[in-house]
Ligand binder design. Structure first.
Ligand SMILES: Nc1ncnc2c1ncn2[C@@H]1O[C@H](COP(=O)(O)OP(=O)(O)OP(=O)(O)O)[C@@H](O)[C@H]1O
Length: 366
């Protein structure tokens, strides 16, 4: 098999490999939430398990219930029924002081950063430690360490208004880490950022997960964030989890219509421009066969040399959309086979060279 590790480019090209399965870190059991005065549940019967060291993405459209769910994870919202167990502690059993203490072990970052405008970068990062009564020398050491981690040493005396969005989010990330949390909750952490800054922020989160072994739970409406960062994903729709699994699996073979709509359709559907060209039967002797090879991470490789060796005569690669997600190929190739090929023969010849093989139809003309 071809090696696909490109030194120095891995961060931007590939999502992270699946970490070794750790113990259960976050357990959500039969969680239902209905806000006061509402006729409908914002969350219904949510069961989820997040393992230690994982990056777990929760994706859904606006209003699906993502914010409610993540706020139940640090008890900013109280579930109507069900349980959230983190590190073996059922959050519902924690009273005021214990809850405050417990929250310190959970970092949280926000879409709009939530920085104090009248405090400098350094002071913003330091503040939660001041509130918690951490001695000054220890605060200084910790702020220096985190400024280095997020690459903001040079901006430590700047005011939030003097920072770019990406820099503000870096301050937010540093501030979330002051108490060395084992769990980091991210609420649409990149939604206010441009694509390049989003990539840099995701790269920082990936580094934090890998270097500090911090479990990350994030909510987002952007499939790219899940694709580039997460190990596991759950799709939420109208308050219910409709699909979940390793990112490669959900990405390559979405089972639910909402998931398919959230994904980039090029990976799972026939491109719209090709459909009008197709007929179900051969119209002319020179009609060519359109074959669709789908890769869903089940083991087949998009091996063009092997495909070409199996097909004698002409072969055109009409369309290609294959991406490597968690080191597994996902997507599709569309091949036009020359007129002499018929469907049965092509199907036989290409057997085992894709996870799913489909004869899409015949194309007549150039
Ligand atoms: N404080 C509240 N009181 C009443 N209803 C609420 C409250 N917060 C959220 N809701 C309702 O709960 C449902 C889920 O909202 P939630 O904000 O969790 O969804 P979301 O997926 O995070 O949406 P968005 O991406 O737009 O933030 C929505 O119908 C919303 O109107």
């Amino acid at each position: 098999m071809v090696s696909l590790t490109l030194p120095g480019e891995r961060d931007t090209l590939f999502s992270p490999p699946v970490p070794q399965a750790g113990s259960v870190h976050v357990q959500i059991r039969s969680l239902t939430k209905r806000y006061a005065g509402q006729q409908q549940d914002a969350l219904r019967n949510i069961d989820l398990q997040v393992r230690r060291g994982e990056i777990f993405g929760i994706i859904g459209r606006s209003g699906a219930g993502k914010s409610t769910l993540i706020r139940c994870l640090n008890r900013l919202e109280t579930p109507s029924s069900g349980q959230v167990v983190i590190d073996g502690i059922e959050l519902g059993t924690l009273q005021d002081a214990a809850l405050v203490k417990w929250r310190r072990r959970t970092g949280m970052i926000f879409q709009h950063f939530n920085l104090l405008s009248a405090k400098t970068v350094r002071e913003n990062i330091e503040l939660p430690m001041k509130v918690a009564g951490v001695p000054a020398a220890e605060r200084r050491r910790k702020v220096d360490e985190l400024l280095a981690l997020v690459g903001l040493e040079a901006r430590q005396h700047a005011w939030p208004a003097q920072l770019s969005g990406g820099q503000k989010q870096r301050v937010g990330i540093a501030r979330a880490l002051v108490h060395d949390p084992e769990l980091l909750l991210c609420d649409e952490a990149t939604s206010a950022l441009d694509p390049e800054t989003t990539r840099a922020t995701l790269s920082l989160l990936r580094k934090i997960n890998q270097q500090r072994r911090i479990t990350i739970v994030l909510i987002t409406h952007e499939m790219d964030v899940v694709h580039d960062l997460c190990h596991q994903v759950a799709v939420i729709d109208q308050g219910e989890i409709i699909e979940r699994g390793p990112v490669w699996q959900v990405y390559s073979d979405p089972q639910h219509e909402t998931t398919r709509q959230l994904l980039n359709p090029q990976f799972s559907t026939l491109p719209a421009a090709i459909q009008p060209l197709l007929t179900a039967t051969r119209q002319h002797a020179h009609s060519r066969l359109l074959v669709r090879l789908r890769y869903t991470g089940q083991g087949a490789q998009p091996d063009l040399a092997a495909i070409s060796a199996r097909i004698s005569g002409g072969l055109t690669l009409l369309y290609s959309a294959v991406e490597w997600v968690q080191e597994k190929p996902t997507g599709q190739l569309l091949l036009l086979l020359d007129a002499q090929h018929d469907a049965t023969v092509a199907q036989h010849a290409l057997n085992n060279l894709a996870d799913q093989l489909e004869i899409a139809g015949y194309v007549t003309g150039s």
